[in-house]
Design a protein around this ligand. Structure first.
Ligand code: MLT
Length: 245
């Protein structure tokens, strides 16, 4: 961690201003499910993901591209949007479906958090699925690091803070640096308390309850798998592609 200056965590997409990210390395986290879906899509051969803030932006882009090479994807309140090719279950994003495609991706919180973070100096997407790959990318960073939890409609989401805490633990070898900001301290403490059993505590979260109601319980188990891939999704010129691709 020799290069690390400060480490901070914002608990939802409403908890920061765009200007605060200037000249920072940023990691956006939406464990359930947008960041897990992005990681899965790239792992399974999607060429790029275009994050959008809302349905209007998604349809504007969709109208101007060749529909053979693009898929319109995402959800509103967890439910697939009518007329879209895919919803937001990472398990839909198989190699057969997404291989070679560009995805226009619109979700309730995750893609909004990404769009709001666009002015940062480097922007990565993290999930439990690729946590060590993200750690590797962050270790090469010389900028201050901000982890942005997408949360749910301005509120904190337990699973996002838990992953933020996991990343901080790994970055700091279990010893929180003095330069850590309050958000980093809270996430670190949360992971200290609950990090031993990620799957069972995430199953008890508010968003897990929402997904259970939508019969998407299997997505929770999927998103709690640790390090199934080494993909590093990075935003460049408005598109998320593989840093290590
Ligand atoms: C979001 O962006 O809020 C989520 O990914 C919601 C979901 O679980 O689909």
């Amino acid at each position: 961690m020799a290069n690390l200056k400060t480490l901070d965590v914002f608990f939802s997409l409403n908890s920061f201003q765009e200007e605060e990210l200037r000249d920072k390395a940023v990691v956006v986290i939406d464990v359930l499910r947008a960041s897990s879906t992005i990681v899965t899509a790239l792992m399974n051969g999607a060429k790029a993901i275009i994050p959008v803030s809302d349905m209007g932006e998604a349809s504007k882009i969709a109208q101007n591209v060749d529909s053979e090479n693009y898929l319109l994807c995402g959800e509103k309140d967890g439910i697939k949007i009518e007329g879209y090719d895919l919803g937001n279950s990472p398990r839909e994003y198989t190699p057969e479906v997404v291989g070679g495609k560009k995805l226009i991706f619109n979700t309730t919180n995750g893609t909004k958090a990404i769009k709001k973070s666009i002015g940062s100096s480097n922007l990565y997407i993290a999930s439990f699925l690729n946590v060590n790959a993200i750690l590797k990318a962050l270790k090469e960073e010389t900028k201050d690091i901000v982890l942005i939890c997408a949360g749910w409609k301005g509120r904190l989401a337990f699973e996002d803070m838990l992953l933020a805490g996991n990343i901080i633990h790994l970055l700091s070898d279990g010893e929180l640096p003095d330069s850590s900001r309050d958000g980093a301290k809270v996430a670190f403490g949360l992971y200290d308390k609950y990090g031993d059993d990620v799957t069972s505590v995430v199953h008890q979260s508010n968003h897990a309850a929402r997904l259970n109601e939508l019969e998407a319980t299997d997505d929770i188990d999927y998103c709690c798998q640790i390090d199934i891939t080494d993909v590093i999704p990075r935003l460049k010129e408005g598109m998320i592609t593989l840093k290590n691709g």
